[in-house]
Design a protein. Structure first.
Lengths: 310, 330
């Protein structure tokens, strides 16, 4: 029975679905990487995703334009990020607590808007897989990598972009400086508040996109609480990846691949109890987390509000 | 002086009120209003479990009239503690019947119900009334409709592979899937049913990926239960794979591929409970919705052209289950 897993169709299925499943994690976790690198822990990711998912769905549903929906998701995420930035930078709130507050706000508001403005579960025709000449035709590889929708490609390009910004640009240097030693950055004339506003708002916008990738690209429905804890896993993946974009992507892919593997394990009737199969991605992630977390150190100023002269 | 003015106004108002009450002779006793409160784990429009209860209460209200039957609800109560607080609040507000629509609310109900002996409580899906005489229990024999769907699925499948997307292997989800599997194998022995339990009632993304997996494994018919299946229905529609729904009608989501739905009609058992409560019996009994009592209904999607012989076989399965000649859980 186990042998059934190693056929071409199954392996292609596992990889292609792992790549799809990783998409929302990537947007949310890369956004979170920026904000944590600058020293702000944003636990409201899940709430931002829900608002983004609703905004994208509602606007696409009413206007018929997926691009307007995408824009609405980004804008609503940016606004949620702005609010989070104000609370954690200007008001210097305890970030763990205020983040949970933003999560609950997003959960409640998206549900309320869903009930009042849609009233029932509807569907939209979301972003379709894009055919790329030549690449999509490559056997196996084409099916796995080049038969996906635009938001899937965007997520992986984002990882490269995030790596570039953090490691090769001045703004990346400023972000890391602010997250490691805000006092030193401040004394060199870098505005800690401005950098953190930038990263937290950016993180919000990307979380909004993560929501949109669910509601108008992968699932094409909106349902209350449809993210179902995904935003919190994204935060865990940032720790898992040691605040480095490519490692975060590795974590997201590992988690998603194991998740799609367990779906196949059940479908192929391999005699493992379903409860155990469902646990697999979480157990593996925890094990990997325990191994990796000892090697990397979080940004020194993570969760610490900055005040001049302290 | 100011105070005096206020007192005068108050006195005047009081006199006017008393005068208003004076004409008591022509006032008839207010019609007895039956008040129901329900606590549900998901939204009233989830096209699944919670919606089935909301639709049932709406049906009863339409029948008895809004002035004689009122109901209020708390939806999306996935935190059991919040649900318990809501149940207690409703009980202290004197509702006639409080429904805890979810087996996860059982232990809260067991604790709260004895404090309000004059209030009737109901919970499901279960048969356990905790031996309390103010608790009713209700359950759906989901395997009955599941069997009928399975018969149709086996006849419609060309690949002989059928996929199931389920939440957690328990309760009416398990009954439905077991009945469905029995229906498929009884009709086409060599057909294969692949079940996938995703471990969640809300993870729409994983439900959708489970459907992709089934299609990748060759399934050309899908079914599933609980509110996260909306993700799977979308995938089925995209791939032109047929879908069988349960709990509520899911036809509106994908009219071209939904063949039939097993719809829960809780009003059948709710009406029995209400008449018992009106006769001062507040609980102690458990109820089932079945194909026989009309609490379960196999609703065909008129927009889908179901071949006559499949429909005939489905009707034969329904009749067989009702008269007892078919056991949906062999």
């Amino acid at each position: 029975m186990i042998g059934n897993l190693f056929t071409e169709a199954v392996l292609v299925g596992i990889l292609a679905s792992g790549i799809r499943l990783a998409t929302p994690y990537l947007y949310a976790a890369i956004g979170e990487t920026f904000s944590q690198r600058s020293g702000v822990l944003n636990l409201g990711v899940e709430g931002q995703m829900l608002i983004g998912a609703f905004a994208a769905f509602f606007v696409s549903f009413t206007t018929g334009s997926l691009w307007l929906g995408l824009l609405a998701a980004i804008i609503s995420g940016l606004l949620m990020g702005l609010a989070m930035a104000f609370v954690s930078i200007n008001l210097q709130a305890e970030q763990g607590i205020s983040g949970i507050g933003f999560y609950l706000f997003g959960l409640g508001l998206s549900d309320l808007l869903f009930q009042k403005m849609l009233g029932t579960v509807e569907t939209v025709s979301g972003f379709r897989p894009i055919y790329i000449p030549y690449l999509s035709d490559i056997p196996i590889i084409g099916d796995i990598f080049f038969n996906q929708n635009i938001l899937v490609y965007g997520a992986y390009l984002l990882v490269v972009a995030a790596w570039f910004v953090l490691n090769k640009t001045t703004i990346g240097l400023k972000i890391k400086a602010v997250g490691e030693s805000p006092e030193a950055a401040d004394s060199l004339g870098v505005s800690v508040a401005r950098v953190r506003y930038f990263t937290v708002i950016l993180g919000g916008g990307l979380s909004g996109l993560a929501g949109a990738s669910l509601s108008i690209a992968l699932l094409n429905v909106f349902q209350q609480n449809m993210t179902s804890g995904l935003g919190f896993i994204a935060v865990a993946l940032v720790y898992f990846g040691g605040w480095r974009p490519f490692a975060v992507m590795g974590g997201a892919l590992l988690f998603s691949m194991v998740n799609s593997l367990q779906l196949w394990v059940q479908v192929l009737n391999i005699p493992i109890p379903s409860d155990f199969a469902v646990m697999m991605p979480y157990v593996l992630t925890i094990i990997a987390l325990v191994i990796t977390v000892q090697r990397v150190r979080p940004p020194s100023a993570l969760t610490k509000p900055f005040e001049r002269g302290h | 002086m100011k105070h005096l003015g206020k007192i005068l106004i108050l006195l005047t108002v009081a006199v006017m009120l008393l005068a208003g009450c004076g004409g008591g002779e022509e006032e008839v006793a207010a019609p007895e209003v039956f008040r129901v409160a329900v606590v549900m784990p998901s939204a009233i429009n989830d096209l699944a479990f919670s919606q089935s209860m909301y639709d049932a209460l709406s049906a009863i209200q339409a029948e008895r009239g809004a002035d004689k039957f009122e109901f209020v609800y708390s939806e999306s109560m996935f935190v059991v503690d919040d649900a318990a607080a809501a149940i207690r609040d409703y009980a202290s507000q004197g509702y006639n019947l409080i429904i805890a629509h979810g087996s996860q609310y059982g232990s809260s109900l067991q604790e709260i119900a004895p404090e309000f002996p004059e209030t009737s409580f109901a919970w499901g899906t279960t048969v356990d009334t905790f031996g309390l005489d103010n608790v009713f229990a209700y359950e759906a024999r989901a395997e009955e409709g599941g069997y009928v769907m399975g018969v149709m699925a086996a006849m419609l499948s060309e690949s002989g592979i059928v996929g199931v997307v389920g939440p957690i292997e328990t309760g009416d989800a398990k009954l439905y899937v077991d009945g469905f599997t029995a229906g498929v194998t009884a009709t086409k022995g060599e057909a294969q049913v692949n079940a996938n339990w995703i471990g969640s009632f809300s993870d729409v993304a994983l439900a959708s990926e489970a459907a992709q997996t089934h299609i990748g494994a060759g399934a050309d018919i899908l079914t599933g239960t609980a509110q996260m299946v909306v993700g799977a229905i979308g995938v089925a529609e995209e791939n032109g794979v047929l879908w069988f729904g349960t709990q509520s009608s899911q036809t509106s989501l994908a009219p071209s591929i939904v063949v039939a739905n097993q719809v829960y009609r809780w009003e059948v058992v709710l009406k029995e409970m209400i008449s018992l409560i009106e006769g001062q019996t507040y609980g102690g009994q458990s109820f089932l919705i079945t194909l026989e009592n009309g609490g379960l209904e196999v609703e065909f999607n008129s927009a889908y052209a179901l071949p006559d012989e499949v429909k005939t076989a489905a009707q034969a399965a329904i009749d067989g289950i009702v008269d007892g000649s078919i056991d949906p859980l062999p």
